[in-house]
Design a protein around this ligand. Structure first.
Ligand SMILES: *Cc1c(COP(=O)(O)O)cnc(C)c1O
Length: 454
């Protein structure tokens, strides 16, 4: 029998992990954790240790781990048809899911284009927006506007519209040019305003850019309300609301990357609902299958779709497709996920839970190195700083977040951080008592690391 240590040795011999510097595993005690099974908000390692999945396994899990209804539907669909190409063929799960997504998002959404993950959903949105203008006789509208420190995926098109140095800097010679506006990072406001007391002054930069370049701009792409990978930076819904108006005014498409935020994460099915707006194109992935299997969708309106609809020889076809476009198993799991969410009123029941979550987060103010506390729906984030007065960050090399992560693991919680930001993104089914437990673990972990003498 292979022991746990032998499995880990083999892992390090054969597996190249994502976003990971493998040299850190040399000598050090910390090694990848071998997970055997999951149940609800918990996962269990090979030694039987229990951990709360505080980050929903990279933001994908909404209904907890190993959900009996989802296990059943996955097996049943595999027994019927596991995969069929989606060009000239179709299947019930793809049809049913598309109808549900369109109805859930509401008018004017009309069409669903499937792909595999968040990055591909963004690639589809970018190409769709550009080809739309091309076919409308405006091929010069070829630039995309995005925010500094934005994250839209790891493929080169999505990296092009992204803005985080560690994902982009090296690849700068390979990506296409985009236009950037300062992100509305309220804790460190680019317009110099005081947090919570502004009139969205940061939008002036957008207005200026749109005014000067609207004739060459195809679309602006945004992460709605929360810049996830940048460290769960949050901004007011009013920003999105006014951005929609500006996009209309300057004839620029609005692409809403809901990959991390859709399906309840912010307390509503889609984050754009908070702003009372509808984008022209939006992308979903992560939570769409409750974290089971990869699936993504780019959803748009008839206004966009009709620009592609013509006689065959006009060559207006959207020539884009992935082998696994609309995979039946993935679509069946997604349909069942939506059914469970609706029957159990998961999203409708979030406000109360979110209030308790928010209250728990306020306690972190007592810690000396907590600079900012952010919250929306089922996301909480704590920005650790070296100096609270000056907001001076901890240096990168200190890996303060990583140290907190290791402490929290010992206490039974997975809180894999983003740099100096400790964040909570638990499965939506987490109970109030479990929220209390999770935040308490984080509190002690942060205290242990940042105030070792107390
Ligand atoms: C995670 C993420 C993506 C990329 O999704 P993948 O499934 O990892 O390719 C794109 N956009 C946003 C906002 C994300 O958070």
């Amino acid at each position: 029998m292979t022991t746990k240590d032998e499995w880990i040795a083999k892992d390090l011999k054969y597996v190249w992990h994502p976003d990971t510097q493998h040299k850190q595993y040399e000598g050090e005690n910390f090694k990848p954790i071998l997970i055997e099974r999951g149940d609800g908000i918990y996962v269990y390692d090979a030694e039987g240790n229990q951990y709360i999945d505080g980050v929903s396994s990279w933001w994908v899990n909404t209904l907890g781990h190993s959900v009996p209804r989802l296990n059943k539907i996955l097996y049943e669909q595999a027994n019927k048809i596991e995969h069929i190409l989606l060009a000239d063929f179709t299947h019930r799960p793809a049809i049913e899911l598309a109808e549900r997504l369109v109805k859930l998002a509401g008018e004017p959404f009309a069409k669903v284009f499937y792909s595999d993950d968040g990055s591909t959903a963004v690639e589809v949105a970018i190409k769709m927006a550009y080809q739309y203008w091309y076919q409308k006789g405006q091929p010069q509208k070829r630039y995309f506007v995005s925010m500094t420190d934005s994250y839209h995926g790891d493929t080169l098109g999505s990296v092009s519209v992204g803005g985080i140095d560690i994902y982009k800097k090296i690849f700068q010679p390979l990506v296409f040019n985009t236009l950037k506006v300062s992100a509305p990072y309220c804790y460190r406001c680019p317009a110099g305003c005081q947090q919570g007391k502004c009139n969205i002054e940061c939008l002036k930069e957008v207005v200026k850019l749109f005014k000067e370049h609207h004739n060459e701009i195809a679309a602006m792409i945004v992460e709605p309300l929360v810049q996830g990978a940048a460290g769960m930076r949050m901004y007011p819904a009013e920003y999105l609301n006014r951005l929609r108006i500006l996009c209309d005014e300057y004839d620029i498409l609005l692409i809403d990357d809901e990959v991390a935020m859709a399906f309840g994460r912010t307390g509503k099915y889609f984050a754009f609902e908070h702003a009372g707006i509808k984008p022209d194109i939006f992308c979903v992935a992560k939570g769409i299958t409750a974290g089971y299997v990869p699936l993504a969708a780019t959803i748009t309106t008839d206004k966009i779709y009709n620009a592609f609809y013509d006689d065959f020889d006009k060559v207006k076809t959207f020539y884009h497709g992935h082998s696994f476009t609309g995979n039946p198993i993935a679509c069946a799991v997604a349909v069942e996920t939506l059914k469970i969410m609706q029957e159990a009123k998961i999203v409708e029941n979030l406000p109360l839970k979110a209030e308790i979550f928010k209250k728990n987060l306020q306690k972190f103010k007592n810690l000396k190195h907590v600079g900012d506390i952010r919250h929306i729906g089922m996301i909480g984030a704590i920005e650790l700083v070296k100096d609270r007065e000056t907001k001076e960050p901890y240096p990168f090399e200190e890996r303060i977040g990583h140290k907190v992560f290791l402490e929290a693991l010992k206490m039974g919680a997975i809180l894999r951080p983003i740099g100096n930001i400790i964040y909570f993104m638990p499965p939506l089914i987490i109970t109030e008592a479990q929220i209390e437990m999770l935040t308490q673990i984080a509190y002690y972990a942060i205290q242990t690391v940042t105030e070792p003498n107390t």
